[in-house]
Ligand binder design. Structure first.
Ligand SMILES: *[C@@H]1O[C@H](CO)[C@@H](O)[C@H](O)[C@H]1NC(C)=O
Ligand SMILES: *[C@@H]1O[C@H](CO)[C@@H](O)[C@H](O)[C@H]1NC(C)=O
Ligand SMILES: *[C@@H]1O[C@H](CO)[C@@H](O)[C@H](O)[C@H]1NC(C)=O
Ligand SMILES: *[C@@H]1O[C@H](CO)[C@@H](O)[C@H](O)[C@H]1NC(C)=O
Length: 957
């Protein structure tokens, strides 16, 4: 998550840099009508041919002219560089241009090319063009991350002048790397993620690269060379940078030692991350006095950082992310005392098991980056322990730090500050406002931390990321946020604000793309409309103001078209839903649930071709489902429950939503029969049509619900962005997407919103309708079902005898029908069954004993005059009369609240077969969907204790 944020930040910086570059390019452009054109026409035509075969989605090549304009000087085009005197094109730099398409053979016309960079584009798995090997003047060739595939042409060896060659991070392979042997001048070789598994002589070949300085072999499939067969090192090379990260090479340290002997100058940068290096840190680094950068992340290091690290007088970057560092952090810091202290600029110890108090770090006088997230540090940070004048990135997230937020005003360059998920308390002082370079401030999930400033406070920073989620902001809306004109991401959810919603806040910054003010007590008639009108191009793609008390109309939605995710649920909005959705091409998630919206579902919903999740439940919507909705073919979840919708269940539902996973129509006034086209929804996991007026028979095709007919876990829900092409700055979003895949459930009469793992729940609820006829036998093929409720209908006939096939069932309710015959003995096979209700039918005969010893209360069977045996207090004909020892108590076998009941429910097997994700998902949705209101109480009584545990879990989410 943090890593993502960093990435996102880098991305943003990159975009900024790009913009800056293009400005530079533009301003340096000369008026070509006034100067003589330098460019050779033949090369200009070649460049244009190259452009013609590329797809330039982001307009990176707009400075490139057209075939007709002879006066256009190609030497001035972006990425093109010509020789000072000959004017031939010598450099072509198209790296990082987000281009797609083909690499044109016209490249060959640029015979003077010395420098070619095509990295970070998308050539759609094309092979590396062989003709590149004819550009014999090339000294620099960068094809990294260009989405190329296939073999590295051996003819690359013809490029004997190459100094730099990088083919990393494509889908390429080489079965024999002898082609490197003729690259005498090669200094940089990038073969990361290249499959070399057949190139058994790779080390011999590399050992002849006597000029090599930088070698990148990350994520490769390196062929194993047994330690005894490692080639003798004859020559040596000035190897200084070596990346061997993320290889599953069996004896990595032996291999590494080989390389370090090969280096004549000593190494400056070593990356051994992701190799699960086990045991103590070897002493091979002890004499590497020129080592500046060392990455040992994702290792299983034993015994921490050795003392000799203190003497590594060149070390500036030490990265040990997830390296099994344990013990006291202060001791680790002790081992780093020595010359390294003043040298170290970056110390990354994220995700280890470091504990103890926060030591005095102020001796690390050069430290710029300190990352200690996800450790066990505790106590408060003493005054002065973080006096680091060069600090610019501090991340202490997810520890157990307490006390006041440390005074960081000494670190006047601080740009990024993550202190979230700790137990800091006290009041944040205004001194934080002196950090004028601060861009990212995350104090979220410090529930005892007061962040309350006077309304006229003007900090010196301009943040782009501010997260105060679950801090104590106090009653009043934090007015100082108004000074933050560069905000892109703002989260003030769950902070206790109970103030009127100011209209300025959606517009606080023109750059805003994420705004979350949910779960507060903000009120007022929505004045957002006035705020939005003059700014209809607001880039706030995510707006979450759910769980407040905002009233008024939702018409403001119409003034912005860039919405991506909209959550207005759990408010007091009372209006019609405006019919203005025609141009919301990004909208993937719309949640208007739990408001007072009325009127019909607008016809323009039919234009929401990107919509995946639609929640309209618990409003007062009326009318029929508009036919236009059949256009929303991306939908995965439709919840329109608890409204006043009417009409028949449209036939087109079954054929319009190939991806539909959840369909909830409960508690409306739908009538007519259940269309058999519903069975075409092969991905459906949750079908709830309960509490309507659906009549006639249940379609016989139920077994076609493929997703329910398997007990395999389905794929997770697709991300609300899916594969949609979105502008790159939307990537801020990604970390927050999950919280939008939520459903609602009831908890003791209170509706809560629940998130994650929804994908694992499979259930059918047809209860409380007027269904007639028999239960189709195909239902027993839906072996993935965890809940099946067909109670309160007019169903007749027997319980399907092989009901016991539904091995995952946890909840089964057939009550209040006219079912007849005996109770199938196979029911006893249902070892996960927690709730059974067969009451008020015409069932007869002996109640079978459950194979698993599970018992159900008598109430599960009452109202069936023909039933006999335990737990009913009625013996079967021929039985000796027995006296139940507990018969005084009504329903003696009732599983009561308390441990025994939960032990039964949470058998180990239950967890193992279904997984925690299942349980969470199950609980996430069961309240509203599975259970009819009238049974809710019993059910939750039954599972009370596990629920409490989970409830705590949710609260901590
Ligand atoms: C180039 O110069 C000519 C003549 O001075 C002028 O008319 C024209 O506007 C200029 N073009 C640009 C793009 O500056
Ligand atoms: C992790 O470190 C601890 C303490 O140094 C050690 O006991 C344990 O074996 C290490 N785990 C692995 C997988 O190396
Ligand atoms: C902050 O937490 C610490 C440790 O739990 C406690 O001793 C201290 O009194 C708290 N301070 C405030 C201001 O609440
Ligand atoms: C449904 O989609 C078609 C084709 O994309 C479009 O022409 C039509 O306008 C859409 N209907 C509605 C009601 O949006």
């Amino acid at each position: 998550m943090k890593c993502f944020r960093l990435l996102a930040l880098l991305l943003v910086l990159f975009v900024l840099a790009g913009t800056f570059m293009s400005i530079l390019v533009h301003s340096s452009q000369v008026n070509s009508t006034n100067t003589s054109v330098r460019c050779w026409d033949r090369e200009r035509q070649a460049l244009l041919n190259i452009k013609d075969e590329l797809v330039d989605t982001y307009g990176q090549l707009t400075s490139w002219g057209n075939h007709d304009d002879q006066r256009d000087d190609c030497c001035e085009w972006r990425g093109v560089h010509c020789h000072n005197r000959s004017n031939h094109v010598t450099q072509l730099n198209l790296g990082f241009s987000q281009l797609r398409g083909k690499i044109s053979t016209s490249l060959l016309e640029l015979q003077h090319l010395r420098y070619l960079d095509l990295s970070y584009n998308d050539f759609e798995y094309a092979p590396i063009p062989k003709f590149i090997a004819s550009l014999t003047k090339l000294r620099y060739l960068n094809l990294a991350r260009a989405n190329l595939s296939g073999p590295i042409p051996r003819r690359i060896g013809n490029l004997s002048k190459l100094v730099y060659f990088d083919i990393s991070y494509n889908d390429c392979y080489s079965e024999n790397i002898d082609w490197v042997l003729s690259l005498d001048s090669l200094e940089h070789l990038g073969l990361s993620s290249t499959n070399l598994s057949k190139a058994t002589n790779w080390l011999q070949a590399l050992s002849k690269l006597t000029s090599i300085k930088e070698l990148y072999l990350a994520q490769g499939a390196l062929p194993e060379t047994p330690p005894s067969l490692l080639p003798k090192i004859n020559g040596s090379a000035p190897l200084a940078i070596l990346d061997l990260s993320s290889n599953s090479y069996p004896s990595m340290m032996t291999l590494f030692r080989w390389f370090s002997n090969f280096s004549s100058t000593g190494m400056r940068s070593i990356n051994l991350a992701g190799n699960s290096i086990a045991g103590p840190i070897p002493d091979v680094f002890e004499n590497m006095m020129s080592l500046e950068y060392l990455d040992l992340s994702q290792s299983d290091i034993q015994g921490g950082i050795p003392k000799y690290f203190g003497n590594m007088s060149s070390l500036t970057n030490l990265v040990m992310y997830g390296s099994n560092l344990t013990g006291d952090f202060s001791e680790l810091i002790m081992n780093l005392s020595g010359p390294v202290q003043e040298k170290l600029e970056s110390l990354v110890l994220t995700e280890n098991n470091l504990s103890g108090l926060f030591p005095n770090m102020s001796g690390f006088s050069s430290l710029m980056q300190l990352q200690l997230e996800r450790n066990q540090l505790s106590g408060s940070i003493q005054e002065g322990h973080l006096q680091l004048p060069h600090l610019d990135f501090l991340a202490l997230s997810s520890n157990r730090l307490t006390g006041p937020i440390p005074d960081l005003s000494f670190s006047s360059l601080l740009g990024i500050l993550y202190l979230d998920n700790n137990m800091f308390n006290g009041t944040l002082t205004q001194r934080i406002g002196s950090l004028s370079q601060l861009l990212v401030l995350d104090l979220s999930f410090n529930s005892y931390l007061e962040v309350k400033f006077n309304p006229y406070w003007v900090p010196t920073f301009q943040l782009s990321y501010l997260n105060l989620r679950q801090c104590k902001l106090g009653k009043y809306f934090p007015a100082w946020i108004k000074t933050q004109k560069e905000l892109e991401h703002l989260d003030i959810s769950n902070t206790g604000i109970s103030d009127i919603l100011p209209s300025w806040f959606v517009l606080v910054s023109p750059r805003l793309i994420y705004l979350n003010a949910s779960n507060n007590q903000m009120y007022g008639v929505s004045s957002l409309r006035d705020a939005l009108v003059p700014h209809s191009r607001l880039r706030a793609t995510t707006l979450d103001i759910s769980r407040n008390k905002i009233s008024g109309s939702v018409n403001f939605l119409c003034y912005v078209q860039e919405w991506g995710l909209l959550d207005l649920s759990d408010n007091l909005f009372a209006s019609q839903i405006p019919d203005c959705f025609a141009n919301f091409r990004w909208l993937r998630f719309l949640n208007l649930a739990n408001n007072h919206l009325s009127g019909e579902i607008p016809i323009s919903f039919g234009s929401l071709s990107a919509l995946t999740l639609l929640h309209l439940r618990n409003n007062s919507l009326s009318g029929e489902l508009p036919t236009s909705m059949s256009n929303c073919t991306s939908l995965e979840m439709i919840d329109v429950g608890d409204n006043r919708l009417t009409g028949t269940i449209p036939d087109w539902i079954g054929d319009s939503f190939p991806k539909l996973r959840v369909l909830v129509l409960r508690s409306n006034a739908f009538y007519g029969s259940m269309p058999s086209s519903l069975c075409h929804l092969a991905n459906l996991q949750i079908l709830d049509i309960s509490s309507n007026k659906i009549s006639q028979v249940i379609p016989k095709c139920l077994q076609d619900f493929n997703a329910m007919a398997t007990d395999l876990n389905p794929d997770p829900f697709s991300s609300p962005w899916g594969t949609l092409q979105v502008p790159s700055d939307y990537t801020w979003e990604m970390s927050n997407i999950k919280s939008f895949q939520s459903a609602y459930f009831m908890w003791k009469g209170m509706e809560v919103k629940y998130t994650n793992h929804l994908g694992l729940v499979k259930l059918i609820d047809f209860s409380d309708n007027s269904l007639a006829g028999e239960i189709p036998s195909g239902i027993t093929e839906l072996v993935g079902l965890v809940g099946l409720n067909i109670s309160w209908n007019n169903l007749i006939g027997p319980i399907p005898p092989d009901i016991g096939q539904l091995k995952s069932l946890n909840f089964l309710d057939f009550s209040r029908n006219h079912l007849s015959g005996g109770i199938p003995t196979s029911l006893g096979n249902l070892s996960h069954l927690g709730v059974l209700d067969l009451s008020y039918n015409n069932l007869s005969g002996r109640i079978p004993l459950s194979g698993q010893g599970l018992t159900f209360p008598a109430s599960a069977y009452v109202g069936n005059t023909g039933l006999c045996g335990r737990p009913l207090n009625k013996s079967c004909p021929g039985d000796e009369s027995y006296q139940d020892p507990n018969s005084e108590v009504n329903g003696s076998n009732v599983i009561k609240e308390g441990e025994s009941e939960d032990d039964r429910f949470i058998t180990e097997g239950f967890y193992v077969t279904l997984g925690l994700g299942f349980i969470i998902g199950f609980w996430g949705i069961i309240g509203t969907i599975l259970l009819n209101k009238r049974f809710r109480y019993t059910f939750f009584e039954h599972l009370d204790a596990i629920g409490k545990t989970l409830w705590k879990y949710f609260q901590n989410q």
